[in-house]
Design a protein around this ligand. Structure first.
Ligand SMILES: C[S@@+](CC[C@H](N)C(=O)[O-])C[C@H]1O[C@@H](n2cnc3c(N)ncnc32)[C@H](O)[C@@H]1O
Length: 217
């Protein structure tokens, strides 16, 4: 999607993707993955996700990337944190405690010259249209060191549409996208069933949240 699409979403508070609760599959599976506490966690397209606070509580430093200044400001304000601000290359950075958010386009992250051993993607890959997904996966492959762990959460639903996010990214597409650079294991899934309004209304036949662990080859 164009940057403007996301800026408008944030300006008009159309952020249905944001959750008050920590993602259930993150808290279930992350502790089983053996990611050392000293590994900083890359969180692309992070929004104002409270999952970043949870990762910091587990002892990790967190590096989130987000286009929207509103999202970044809200994140710190809602967490009751007062960040220090600075400029780094293409990014306006805000940092408080273990969490640093890079405000700007994630697709310019190469320029920072940084590499990570852990990453978390919830609603990042599925926010990107198909035409941007290969570039996103290639960038992740460059930013992650060999052996790095990526916890990936996607959604699958039917009938799928390709007009606006969330886009359905089923297991076969995860394999197609990541297979060259990552090993892939499906950890679990949550079938939302009738608790999802669009399933309840009959618009979608099902809506599943899928969770994978990927390791950089
Ligand atoms: C579907 S939301 C998911 C946010 C977060 N991961 C969560 O779980 O709540 C996608 C986010 O990516 C941001 N975004 C979209 N394109 C981006 C880009 N190129 N660089 C950085 N952030 C981007 C949007 O502003 C939006 O906040």
């Amino acid at each position: 999607m164009e940057a403007e699409f996301w800026h408008q979403r944030w300006q008009s508070s159309r952020i249905g993707f944001h959750r008050q609760q920590v993602n259930a599959q993150l808290s279930q599976y992350w502790p089983l993955l053996g990611v050392p506490r000293h590994n900083e966690v890359l969180v692309p397209l992070c929004g104002k996700s409270r999952d970043m606070l949870w990762l910091a509580e587990q002892g990790h430093e967190v590096a989130g990337f987000e286009l929207s200044p509103l999202a970044v400001r809200d994140f710190f304000a809602e967490a009751g944190l007062q960040p220090e601000e600075g400029k780094l290359d293409h990014y306006h950075c805000r940092q408080a405690g273990k969490i640093r958010l890079y405000e700007g386009d994630f697709f310019q992250a190469d320029s920072l010259g940084r590499r990570f051993d852990a990453a978390y993607d919830r609603a990042a890959l599925i926010a990107l249209p198909e035409s941007m997904r290969i570039a996103y996966v290639d960038l992740l492959a460059r930013l992650l060191n060999p052996g790095a762990t990526l916890l990936l959460i996607t959604v699958d639903y039917a009938p799928a549409q390709q007009q606006s996010p969330p886009f359905a990214v089923p297991e076969r597409q995860v394999k197609r996208l990541f297979d060259e650079h990552f090993t892939i294991e499906r950890l679990g899934h949550i079938a939302e069933g009738q608790s999802n309004p669009r399933v309840a209304s009959g618009e979608w036949r099902f809506f599943d949240e899928l969770c994978f662990v990927l390791r950089r080859k």
